[in-house]
Design a protein around this ligand. Structure first.
Ligand code: ZN
Length: 385
């Protein structure tokens, strides 16, 4: 089988699984076929939250009969409320920073995955702020690792400086808050599972950790003591990120919030049980975030949530890889992922297996929020609209 046949087969088996295990309806049988309900399109109060996870998970550990026990929340609670795309292709570079940057610009970026450089093309945050005249407090990124600290804003001259999102790095906050006793938090400060050769320093930025401590106190309204006390109760970097994201929702109520998780990528270390634990944790954290949406007055009933992995992982069959551990081969399994959208304006319980691309996310967000991603190379998922 060639790659596109394998990829279509993956999309179809996810589709069939979702229909039988979560009761989703087939989108192509619906009149109109649009997951986004008409008339609710561009509401001023509309909020969008995007959760991406770095280190996709394979179907056999998630959306397949043998994987379903790892994703009880996504399967029984979120998917039935969602419009679910089972065949999203990533045709770019399969490194987490460059792939997440591509998701955020709607262009397959070619930047060096291991350097802290901004994306070449305008980000969704810049389109959103420029076209809709939104202040910087209206969009935030919560990102997992050092490498992501430039993702909020491109180098593009007509956008760029002053129009991006502030990137908040929970690990930096923790490292600033715990200066002197970081040993207690090794498990939360672990950064980048991809290659042992790349070990970014979590050193304090120039001027000490003042910036981070200000973010804690001024923005998140958290004292160092309270933050540290909370950090002692969480078990992973993604749990810490979700805590920060929820504080942001309460304190700043951004209309465009982007959360990137990374726990699943522990798979690179080769321990299958840690990889599966991370999938279960991610499943739980996504559901918790959705509960927070319902309980926060600023978000309840006017929020659309998108959940998608940045890409997949290698198939067991591919001789060039090592199964779940990496995403090196560029095979169909590592490129064929999925996306679910749920909440305001989204049709519930529908599954679509038409191929879409990772770079279609930004134009789709533009269509529902009312901005024009002029330089994006994707297109709005048309049967969304
Ligand atoms: Zn990875």
């Amino acid at each position: 089988m060639d790659a596109s046949t394998i990829s279509s087969a993956l999309g179809r088996s996810r589709r069939d699984f979702l229909r039988s295990a979560a009761g989703l309806t087939l989108g192509s049988t619906l009149i109109g076929g649009s997951p986004f309900l008409h008339g609710q399109g561009i509401a001023k109060k509309r909020k969008v939250i995007v959760i991406t996870f770095g280190g996709g998970a394979r179907d056999q550990e998630t959306f397949a009969p043998e994987g379903q026990e790892n994703i009880p929340n996504m399967l029984s609670e979120l998917a039935p409320q969602s419009s679910f795309y089972t065949h999203m292709m990533n045709q770019g570079i399969l490194g987490h920073y460059v792939a997440t940057a591509s998701l955020a610009t709607g262009v397959y970026e070619t930047l060096n995955n291991f350097s802290a450089v901004p994306p070449d093309h305008p980000t969704v945050f810049e389109y959103f702020r420029k076209d809709l005249h939104r202040p910087s407090s209206n969009t935030w990124v919560v990102a997992p690792s050092n490498g992501f600290n430039r993702i909020g804003q491109s180098d593009c001259r007509s956008y760029g400086p002053g129009l991006g999102a502030t990137v908040i790095l929970p690990k930096h906050l923790l490292s600033a808050a715990s200066s002197g006793v970081p040993a207690d938090f090794d498990h939360l400060l672990r950064d980048n599972y991809e290659t042992p050769l790349y070990t970014p320093a979590l050193a304090s930025p120039a001027g000490g950790s003042e910036f981070e401590l200000q973010q804690l106190e001024m923005i998140l309204k958290l004292s160092v003591d309270d933050f540290m006390a909370h950090a002692r109760t969480v078990s992973s970097p993604d749990e810490l990120s979700m805590f920060i994201a929820k504080r942001l929702m309460q304190q700043e109520a951004p209309s465009l919030l982007w959360i990137t998780m990374h726990d699943i990528d522990v798979a690179h270390a080769g321990a299958y049980s840690l990889y599966v634990d991370a999938i279960r944790r991610t499943d739980r954290l996504c559901a918790e975030l959705w509960k927070t949406v319902q309980s926060e007055p600023e978000y309840a009933n006017n929020t659309t949530l998108f959940i998608l992995p940045d890409f997949g992982r290698d198939a067991d069959e591919d001789a060039g890889g090592n199964g779940f551990q990496h995403h090196r081969t560029g095979d169909a399994a590592s490129r064929t992922t999925w996306m679910m959208a749920l909440g305001a304006g989204v049709r519930q319980g529908v599954v679509y297996d038409r191929p879409v691309q990772s770079i279609d996310l930004v134009p789709t967000l533009g269509a529902i929020m009312g901005f024009s991603p002029a330089l994006s190379q994707g297109k709005p998922i048309s049967d969304f609209l």
